[in-house]
Design a protein around this ligand. Structure first.
Ligand code: CMC
Length: 384
């Protein structure tokens, strides 16, 4: 090919930006060899054991653990009905969508629409972005729950400001107060999903923020990237696989065949971790506890068999998406809501990264290694 780019760079960057460092950051650290995950220096194991989602959001946004007074004010803002409720016109808009619209499509569209109603929409100062981030974090669970009830023809629930974000979400979804174990499990799941360094959706959010666009736009970019099955969409795919397997006794044979067919095994593997994702062990424990509470262990048993077979045969390990769905399913949540739940938590990380990007901004604008034609001659339509 004589006319292709002569000075094409030999691939200096590995495909998929593997190992490329894009920017400094003080928010999140992953040690992929040791399987450690830190938010602002704090081990996620400690946060899962001792913190709450509300406190973790504060930590991610402000960089330190809150005092009692700071936490009270922050929790009050996240729980206030004024911040949690959806504009009536947005609810009217939701009712216009076909009932088959997926919850992730509704979330992507709904978050975009929320910006039209936000009083700080055109203010990108740090203070306004924090106020918008509070509202988005408070509104997203209401949006997810509202679509669940609209598509099932049920009346909408009013948010309960006495419940924390996890408990209130479960209440708005089902119309009943959650069991203490369900509320605690959900809170820990939110902590575990809140941030993860420069993953695809966070990078998308930062690219958007780096044009000096607003936090709603950054979050919409993040939701779009999270939706795919190689990222947040994997938790839904795991449960679809489990539903196909049906019986723990059939899991081993199913995986043997999937490996022979060179299928991509959802909930396994990671770009950064070379060992088990540290979040997976917490979700396995929580899914197990919930399964025991409802006397239905078949999801967890299938997943344990699948995990043992995949690890032994492929040497790839469970990631955050393997067990989360089993825990949510034990709470009666539909499979297609698993990825929106991931987004309800990750909005904390996306907002932290938008704030950090705006705080020390330079447009993110990489180059491609052009390998196409360079001397193409235009031929008029009549002569082609
Ligand atoms: N199933 C089968 N093979 C796999 C898997 C998997 N889940 N993950 C990696 N591999 C193999 C892959 O076939 C390749 O082998 P070879 O070199 O022989 O061709 C090698 O491992 C490297 O795979 P890759 O796709 O180049 O690795 P990556 O770093 O680009 O992909 C990943 C990372 C997460 C996309 C991938 O592991 C994957 O597709 N996993 C399944 C989807 C999933 O669970 N995603 C959730 C990720 S964690 C949380 C989140 O982001 O939501």
């Amino acid at each position: 090919m004589a006319d292709t780019a002569a000075n094409s760079q030999v691939n200096l960057i590995k495909a998929g930006l593997e190992d490329a460092v894009v920017s400094t950051s003080e928010i999140c650290f992953i040690d992929g060899q040791k399987g450690r995950l830190l938010y602002r220096g704090f081990d996620v194991d400690d946060l899962a054991a001792q913190s709450t989602f509300e406190e973790t959001v504060y930590l991610l946004w402000y960089g330190h653990l809150p005092t009692r007074k700071e936490l009270e004010a922050h929790t009050k803002a996240l729980s206030a009905t004024a911040n949690r409720k959806l504009p009536p016109k947005l609810i009217a808009m939701l009712r216009l969508f076909p009932k088959k619209t997926t919850p992730m499509e509704i979330l992507r569209t709904g978050v975009s629409a929320l910006s039209a109603f936000d009083p700080d929409a055109d203010d990108n100062s740090r203070e306004a972005t924090l106020r918008k981030s509070i509202r988005l974090t408070a509104q997203m669970p209401t949006l997810v729950a509202a679509w669940e009830r609209i598509r099932r023809g049920k009346p909408l629930m009013t948010p309960n400001p006495k419940l924390n974000l996890a408990g209130n979400f479960l209440y708005m979804m089902s119309g009943k107060p959650p069991t203490p174990l369900a509320a605690k499990t959900f809170d820990v799941a939110l902590i575990l999903h809140a941030d993860h360094e420069f993953n695809a959706s966070t990078f998308a959010a930062r690219v958007t923020a780096a044009t000096l666009s607003d936090v709603h736009s950054g979050v919409v970019s993040g939701i779009g990237a999270l939706k795919g099955p190689l990222h947040g969409g994997a938790n839904e795919q795991v449960m679809l696989m489990v539903d196909k397997i049906k019986d723990p006794a059939k899991a081993g044979a199913f995986i043997k065949k999937a490996i022979a067919d060179k299928a991509r095994l959802m909930g396994f593997g990671h770009r950064v971790y070379r060992v088990e994702d540290p979040r997976a062990k917490h979700l396995r424990r929580l899914a197990t506890e919930l399964g025991q509470q409802i006397h239905d262990m078949h999801y967890v048993e299938i997943l344990n068999t699948v995990a043992a077979a995949v690890t032994a045969e492929k040497h790839i390990y469970p990631n955050v998406d393997l067990y989360s769905g089993a825990a949510y399913a034990a709470m009666g949540i539909s499979t297609d809501q698993f990825t929106p739940i991931f987004a309800m938590s990750r909005v904390a990380g996306w907002a932290a990264h938008v704030l950090e990007q705006h705080g020390n901004n330079r447009l993110i604008r990489p180059r491609s290694d052009y390998i196409g034609a360079t001397e193409a001659r235009y031929v008029s339509l009549a002569d082609r």
